[in-house]
Design a protein around this ligand. Structure first.
Ligand SMILES: Cc1ncc(COP(=O)(O)O)c(C=O)c1O
Length: 398
């Protein structure tokens, strides 16, 4: 029998759910879980109104590219809707292997494995290669999928200040020298838009024999030649042991990948629970990712447009005097410093037809409460101008 909201249960978990302050806050202010009624590119419909989507990670704007849509449709006709099984048993298809080979070649690694979610890939990357007795050196601001994997591994964790090689150097020097060591960082930190100081971090890792894992969910498609990512951006191809990431951003699909040496990827296929016990990526999503990867290498205009849009958008925010946390990429936060200010700003943008997402402490450090925005190659000049007007209006509401 369903319990009314006001009925107290004798089950602890039920009262926990009913009394949870985070859920109460979310339901009261309704900033999340908005179900769009329609979408066409960067235009979405919400509560019957057309809005500009300014917080999607469709950086290259390929999610409505006709070739990507057609690839997904054709794959579904060829392979059906689902793999209905995990890769080691009945879930592997030729299309997975083709995508993995192409991704590995693009990233400059020997091998690659794809999963049904980026979260699974990045969690697999950390949980599989680290184990009890190891020490993992982790940037304080890592994505939760990397933390989940680190925790599962039972390794000891040493956090260093965000993107701070000096702090990493001090912490590594103080750590037990005989333990097996790993370094976990992101290429581009999506909350802040910061690019990892990879050359210095890799140099320290090399000095101490640290196995390096890089989550490039937000660098892939944005940085490097043809969008090869943060490693290519710094000319460090071959210097990172594992590159993992998501295919739900620039690749306009879903799923994720883990790329590295053949030995490492075969080890992952033997030991990663996320790889062995979860159904394989759907054929349609596999084909969409593969088509997007092809487009990244044959249609440079999408990346060029992303660069131009990012420059224009960042300049607009700067002119308005907004704090963008020194973002260097297309993921650009607007730091407003308190949850009240963030809420007012977010509501005002919504009123003006611009859809964003807010992030408040403890999801961000205290005083860094922010609006998450991301620019796409698909935003038109007219949309960027409307966004500028909406930002100016929202500022007046503070
Ligand atoms: C840095 C980072 N890693 C991994 C993921 C997980 O990817 P997905 O959403 O495709 O599961 C995300 C997505 O938000 C991310 O930002």
């Amino acid at each position: 029998m369903a319990l009314s909201f006001f009925t107290k249960s004798n089950k602890g978990v039920i009262t926990r759910c009913q009394d949870d302050p985070v859920t109460k806050f979310r339901l009261k202010y309704a900033p999340y879980y908005h179900a769009m009624e329609a979408q066409k590119g960067t235009t979405v419909k919400l509560d019957g109104r057309e809005m500009i989507m300014l917080t999607s990670n469709d950086y290259l704007g390929l999610s409505f590219h006709p070739k990507v849509i057609e690839a997904g449709r054709a794959a579904m006709l060829q392979w059906g809707t689902s793999t209905t099984g995990a890769r080691p048993s009945n879930g592997s298809r030729a299309c997975h292997v083709e995508l993995e080979e192409r991704l590995a070649a693009f990233l400059g690694t020997e091998a690659c494995h794809v999963h049904a979610a980026g979260y699974l890939s990045c969690m697999a990357a950390t949980s599989t290669f680290a184990q009890k007795g190891d020490v993992v050196f982790a940037d304080k601001n890592l994505h939760s999928c990397l933390w989940d994997g680190i925790r599962l591994s039972l390794a000891t964790v040493e956090r260093f200040s965000h993107n701070n090689p000096d702090d990493l150097r001090d912490i590594i020097a103080a750590a037990h020298s005989n333990a097996t060591k790993l370094l976990v960082v992101e290429g581009v930190y999506s909350m802040e838009g910061h690019i990892a100081r990879l050359p210095e971090l890799v140099q320290i890792a090399d000095q101490h024999g640290c196995f390096t894992i890089l989550d490039d969910a937000h660098g892939f498609g944005v940085l490097g030649r043809q969008g090869r990512g943060t490693v290519d951006h710094f000319g460090l191809t071959g210097k990172i042991d594992i590159i993992c990431g998501s295919m739900s951003k620039s690749l306009a699909s879903t799923g994720g990948y883990v790329a590295g040496s053949r030995d490492a990827i075969e080890y992952l296929r033997s030991h990663s629970k996320q790889t062995i016990f979860s159904a394989a990526l759907s054929p349609a999503q596999t084909a969409c990712a593969r088509a997007s990867l092809e487009i990244m290498q044959t249609e440079p205009q999408h990346h060029e447009r992303l660069v131009a849009n990012t420059r224009k958008y960042r300049a607009m925010l700067k002119n308005l005097g907004l704090d963008t946390w020194e973002s260097e990429t297309s993921a650009i936060p607007i730091v407003l410093g308190s949850k009240e200010r963030v809420y007012l700003f977010w509501k005002a943008l919504l009123e003006k037809g611009v859809f964003t997402v807010l992030s408040i402490a403890p999801a961000v450090p205290a005083g860094k409460d922010l609006i998450r925005t991301a620019v796409s190659a698909m935003h038109t000049d007219e949309q960027l101008d409307k966004i500028g007007d909406a930002m100016a209006y929202a500022l007046k509401k503070l």
